[in-house]
Design a protein around this ligand. Structure first.
Ligand SMILES: NC(=O)c1ccc[n+]([C@@H]2O[C@H](COP(=O)([O-])OP(=O)(O)OC[C@H]3O[C@@H](n4cnc5c(N)ncnc54)[C@H](O)[C@@H]3O)[C@@H](O)[C@H]2O)c1
Length: 428
């Protein structure tokens, strides 16, 4: 991912009409809007945040190079606006707003409810509306179909409503957006047909399921599967350390099996907008019916507790050297939630920094993709040139990390499990 070097020319919306309006121009919505435009559609991007629109207009957005090219080239038939009512000028609407959790790990539905209410209020006859934000089962019906029906619009006849989860993987250019199959579920078969017709304009492969609810559950399964496997492999990492084994070697060996195994790698926690959040939408929903899903709950608890474990391990490692965390100089290598992105959302590093500071450590970080950050606790830090410290914590293994200064005698807590073989390296 990178910033564009030159400004783009996305226009502000005028009185034109559009084939599709994309509500929410974030990590997912903007590449989606650009994919539709590249496929020849007239696209209107809608985002409430003027700062985001300005960033898009100036090209200073975190995108794959290919999408930067598209953004630079986008002029005719590509416009952006902060006015939600403008979505009514499009034949179809894609909703792609954030669905985070709050500090108590409870779904925060404000953006989703707001965007759906806007889309429903401004919907016009003949329009197709596709919800793509990850959410609980029943969201499409409750937040879109019901208010449309309440307006007197018949879903499946006057307006067409569907759910199609996003599967984009920001920062990963191994799978082009167009090549990743899209799952589509409609409120009615005609809704599914309309939505598939729209998404098929850029997506090479579509998989239609019987309902919007089945499509919503599909996304929850995909990301819960990842969460459970991340929690599992973290446990294997802990067990391997106890048994004096290199977990990475074990995982790579297991991955030689051509069926029945998929490699996941351990780390300091799970960040980003999906893994630490999405399964909570399912858990929250099931609580209403008092259904317990202990495996998913245990995995999500383990993921939430992992950053705290990094700090406890740092305390242990320093204590083995005869010193405490208080007053120790700690350098964190990489703070983004995953390699090659600047995205800090839910990054374990933020909690690790706050906990280290609370324990009295002096904390610095180095991340070529993140020039500055503000932690949950409100601490502002700027990336520093890397250099020796009482303890270095390897957190995000960006390719661009400068490691030339990292000498064998540097005490290194390796939360990435990528530095095995170094003299003073200890595994998380
Ligand atoms: N980021 C990922 O890797 C990823 C991958 C697959 C699916 N998803 C899902 O896609 C959805 C969007 O995620 P994202 O990462 O793009 O979020 P994001 O935070 O990057 O962007 C969301 C954008 O929506 C805008 N917005 C919020 N409320 C709005 C409203 N009412 N009207 C118009 N704009 C509004 C925000 O200003 C922001 O620019 C989420 O449900 C997420 O779970 C994300």
């Amino acid at each position: 991912m990178s910033f564009a070097a030159s400004p783009v020319r996305a226009r502000s919306a005028d009185s034109s009409t559009y084939d599709v309006a994309v509500i929410g121009l974030g990590y997912v919505g903007l590449p989606t809007a650009l994919a539709f435009h590249a496929a020849g559609l007239r696209v209107l991007g809608v985002d409430l945040d003027p700062g985001r629109l300005e960033a898009i207009r100036s090209g200073r957005v975190d995108l794959l190079d290919n999408d930067h090219e598209r953004l630079r080239a986008a002029r005719d038939g590509f416009a952006v606006t902060a006015e939600p009512a403008d979505a009514s000028r499009a034949d179809a609407v894609i909703i792609c707003v954030p669905t985070p959790v709050n500090r108590h790990l409870v779904p925060d539905l404000r953006a989703l409810a707001g965007a759906c209410a806007t889309a429903a209020a401004h919907a016009r006859t003949g329009q197709t509306i596709v919800l793509t934000s990850t959410s609980y089962v029943g969201s499409t019906k409750e937040l879109l179909a019901r208010p449309l029906t309440a307006r007197g619009l018949r879903v499946g006849t006057d307006v067409f409503v569907a759910f199609s989860p996003e599967r984009i993987d920001p920062g990963n250019d191994r799978h082009a957006h167009e090549d990743v199959p899209r799952v589509v579920g409609g409120m009615t078969p005609r809704c599914a047909e309309r939505a598939a017709g729209l998404l098929g304009r850029y997506a090479g492969k579509l998989h239609t399921v019987s309902s919007a609810e089945a499509a919503e559950m599909t996304k929850l399964l995909e990301n819960t599967f990842r969460a459970v496997n991340i929690a599992l492999v973290n446990e294997f990492a802990d067990a391997s350390r106890l048994l004096e084994l290199d977990v990475t070697e074990v995982i790579e060996a297991a991955a030689t099996k051509p069926y029945g195994y998929m490699p996941f790698f351990p780390g300091p926690g799970a960040g980003g907008h999906c893994i630490p959040c999405d399964p909570h939408y399912l858990l929250w929903q099931l609580k209403r019916d008092r259904l317990d899903t202990p495996l998913v709950s245990a995995a999500m608890n383990a993921i939430a507790m992992r950053p705290g474990r990094v700090v406890e391990r740092a305390r242990q490692v320093l204590s083995d050297q005869g010193r405490g965390l208080a007053g120790a100089d700690v350098l964190i290598l990489g703070v983004a939630y995953k390699p090659e992105v600047e995205d800090l959302r839910e990054s374990p590093a933020l909690e690790i920094i706050d906990r280290l500071l609370a324990a009295g450590a002096r904390v610095r970080y180095h991340d070529p993709h993140v020039p500055e950050l503000v932690t949950e606790g409100g601490t502002k830090l700027a990336s520093v040139e890397p250099g020796s410290a009482d303890l270095v914590i390897a957190h995000t293994p960006h390719q661009a990390l400068d490691l030339g200064w990292l000498h064998e005698d540097q005490l290194l807590l390796d939360a990435t499990y990528r530095f095995s073989g170094r003299a003073r390296r200890v595994a998380l």
